[in-house]
Design a binder for this molecule. Structure first.
Ligand code: CP
Ligand code: NVA
Length: 315
């Protein structure tokens, strides 16, 4: 059974397939050209809030001919202590695939291990792989042009990641950059260096030294093709909000800092954004800000991921 729990769960060939299919689906939107989920129901389990992930999966599954079943974690027995394994076993008898947004990556892994249907990671504290694929596709669309090689257009490019450098988006970009053949520099406060879990993942995949960390935001953005940031206070970290804001302030993406990247650099953010905190409104409004393309591309890229998973399953 093929799952998508982390960026590297799809190999380079499958990545190319996801990107070219996403481009095709984007062009043919509304034509229901690929009803690959016809007759299928996919469960979407959410333990955290969501706008983009929920809506893009619900719309995407519908557009592929399937039905999406939204399940708030607290409304199902999982929220009252039923095990993740039994949840996987029961849902596997009833639905054709599961998307899950939760806290621990291990919960997603346990769900996948016990499931007889594909499982997709819709964000954990550790990774947000659907977002990274959509982000990389967004940059590749611009760099490769209409008929160009999307995956090849990423190779050798540099991304600078600023702010919270030891949570899901930073981790996912570290793993993603390694898969895409990109260079990544992360700039954040002392104590926010990428942590043991992502280092262990890189080691396990033989990707050990594939990122640079610095406390100097200018050093990170120098020569960057993408300047990326995320909220300073992620879901589940609300109690730390004040302390984080104080420490991360020097890493806010201001117009001045953005100007220190390459002259044609893109600004990216997974959203939701907090203007005046991790990014200035002027940067969000810059013509080289592609934040809403990223949000839209969640739909096209996830449809392609679901199609590839479904093909791997022989259905
Ligand atoms: N970027 C992202 O995953 O947004 P949501 O939290 O709204 O799903
Ligand atoms: N780091 C953020 C990403 C939201 C899409 C969070 O986990 O809240």
């Amino acid at each position: 059974m093929k799952h998508f729990l982390k960026e590297t769960d799809l190999g380079p060939g499958e990545l190319g397939k996801v990107f070219s299919l996403a481009r095709e689906l984007k062009r043919g939107r509304g034509r229901h050209s690929a009803p690959v989920l016809a007759g299928q129901t996919w469960a979407l389990i959410f333990a955290k809030s969501s706008t983009r992930t929920r809506v893009s999966f619900e719309v995407g599954i519908h557009e592929l001919g399937g039905h999406a079943l939204y399940l708030n974690r607290n409304d199902i027995q999982l929220g009252r202590g039923e095990s993740i394994e039994d949840t996987a076993r029961v849902l596997s008898r009833l639905v054709h695939g599961i998307v899950i947004r939760t806290f621990e990556q291990s919960e997603v892994e346990r769900l996948a291990a016990a499931a007889a249907v594909p499982v997709v990671n819709g964000l954990t504290d550790f990774l947000h792989p659907c977002q990274i694929y959509a982000d990389a596709f967004t940059a590749a669309e611009r760099w490769a042009g209409p008929g160009g090689d999307l995956v090849a257009s990423l190779r050798g490019r540099k991304i600078a990641f600023l702010g919270d450098t030891c949570f899901n988006m930073a981790n996912s970009w570290i793993l993603g950059a390694s898969l895409f053949g990109m260079r990544i520099s992360l700039a954040g406060p002392k104590g926010f260096e990428p942590g043991a879990q992502i280092r262990a993942q890189l080691n396990a995949e033989g990707r050990a030294a594939d990122f640079k960390f610095t406390t100097d935001p200018h050093e990170a953005v120098s020569g960057a093709d993408i300047v990326y940031t995320d909220v300073w206070t992620s879901m589940g970290k609300e109690e730390e909000s004040e302390g984080r804001a104080a420490r991360m302030r020097p890493y806010a993406v201001t117009a001045g800092l953005f100007a220190a990247a390459k002259p044609d650099a893109l600004f990216m953010h997974c959203l939701p954004a907090h203007p005046g905190h991790e990014v200035e409104q002027a940067v969000l409004d810059n013509p080289r800000s592609v934040v809403f393309d990223e949000a839209e591309n969640r739909l096209h890229v996830q449809k392609a991921i679901l199609a590839v998973l479904s093909e791997a399953r022989g259905g």
